[in-house]
Design a protein around this ligand. Structure first.
Ligand code: SF4
Ligand code: SF4
Ligand code: SF4
Length: 345
């Protein structure tokens, strides 16, 4: 299918047409927190140069989600069937790093022996429309994790801001079908495609922050008891912001409340995350909790799923109240001698 263009002023019309058939989620600035919300109208969308503070993961893993409801009688418990069937959805203006996070979440939550039915159902019915980054931030390091400001992994359609218009590139069959619904879209001209290519090259070059992750997974093999964790965790407050705003972190707690079994986001940075009923806590201090976060992202996930569990979005760097920078942590591990493993075995 050929690439299309849409004038920016016509985007609300397109969203209005889409809304007749789909639930639409897009970046919205509400209460000064950029997040992906279900749209009430096309004019609500906020497509500025920044990525949202809150990642789009909660379209698939809501911060609070009811798994099922129940009623308790004198002798029995009556369960209501879980509501997992979701209508067709479109998520608009997902940045390439966040689109890649869906690919990683798919590996974790909807492949292998145990699958998350709630996540899977939403993913199955969702078309992802991306928005390329023309102006990466100083905290972005997607290119170190195999991504790119104009990357296409995890997307069905990619929009590129070419000043007064968006260039629309279909990527998957699902994306082509979506675009076919708008026969009034104009075909892109050579000049539009050339402009997008130039912006893409400039954006790639603008990602100045580089982190060497080569060999970090193997090095971490021998670092479970390394003193580095004690040093890194010194200033950490264990507030959990880095994991709540991380597009790939998907840990949750399960609670019963008012006849509902719900799950809520949780974080390995909280002391109660691994607290046993006996009172024993296998991760009793910040040192173990920091180690868990870094190990999960750069060692365990690499071993189980073949790549790092980080997309380089930089949110944990922007939002950490004590400026603990994951690039410096990975850089420090990367700079350790290569025989680190034997030191600790
Ligand atoms: S955001 Fe910073 S202070 Fe808070 S848990 Fe993460 S690293 Fe620690
Ligand atoms: S660890 Fe930090 S940089 Fe990596 S994906 Fe999560 S929030 Fe983004
Ligand atoms: S880093 Fe921590 S919160 Fe994030 S997915 Fe891993 S264990 Fe869960």
């Amino acid at each position: 299918m050929k690439w299309k263009v849409i004038e920016k002023s016509k985007l609300p019309n397109l969203i209005g047409e889409l809304a007749r058939e789909y639930e639409i989620f897009a970046p919205v600035d509400r209460k000064s927190i950029g997040s992906f919300e279900r749209l009430a109208s096309g004019s609500e969308v906020s497509l500025d140069s920044r990525n949202t503070k809150k990642p789009p993961k909660d379209v698939f893993i809501p911060q609070t989600e009811t798994l099922f409801t129940y009623k308790t009688g004198k002798q029995e418990v009556e369960l209501a069937a879980p509501q997992v069937v979701i209508g067709q959805r479109v998520v608009l203006a997902v940045r390439p790093c966040d689109a890649k996070s869906f690919v990683l979440l798919d590996k974790f939550l909807s492949s292998g022996e145990y699958k998350d039915a709630y996540y899977k159902e939403k993913r199955k019915n969702t078309t992802i429309v991306g928005l390329a980054c023309n102006h990466p931030l100083s905290t972005c390091f997607c290119t170190s994790l195999g991504g790119s400001p104009h990357g296409k992994e995890g997307l069905d359609v990619l929009l590129q801001d070419i000043n007064d218009k968006y260039l629309i590139e279909p990527i998957t069959e699902r994306g082509e079908k979506l675009i076919e619904k708008f026969p009034w879209l104009k075909e892109a001209e050579r000049a539009d495609i050339d402009k997008a290519k130039k912006l893409s090259d400039d954006a790639e070059a603008a990602v100045k922050s580089k982190v060497s992750i080569d060999g970090v997974d193997n090095k971490l093999d021998g670092m479970f008891d390394d003193p580095i964790w004690e040093q890194i965790c010194q200033k950490c407050l264990n507030c959990g912001i880095c994991t709540f705003f991380c597009p790939t972190c998907c840990c949750f707690d399960v609670l019963d409340e008012d006849g509902k079994r719900i799950r809520i986001w949780d974080s390995c940075q909280f002391s109660c995350f691994t607290l046993h009923g006996s009172g024993h806590n296998p991760r009793p201090s910040g040192k173990e909790r920091m180690r868990q976060r870094i190990m999960h992202k750069f060692n365990y996930f690499v071993k189980t799923h073949g790549e790092s569990f980080c997309v380089g979005c930089g949110r944990c760097i922007q939002e950490c109240p004590v400026n603990l920078d994951i690039r410096e942590v990975v850089g420090a591990i990367s700079a350790l001698p290569t025989d680190k493993r034997s030191d600790n075995d």
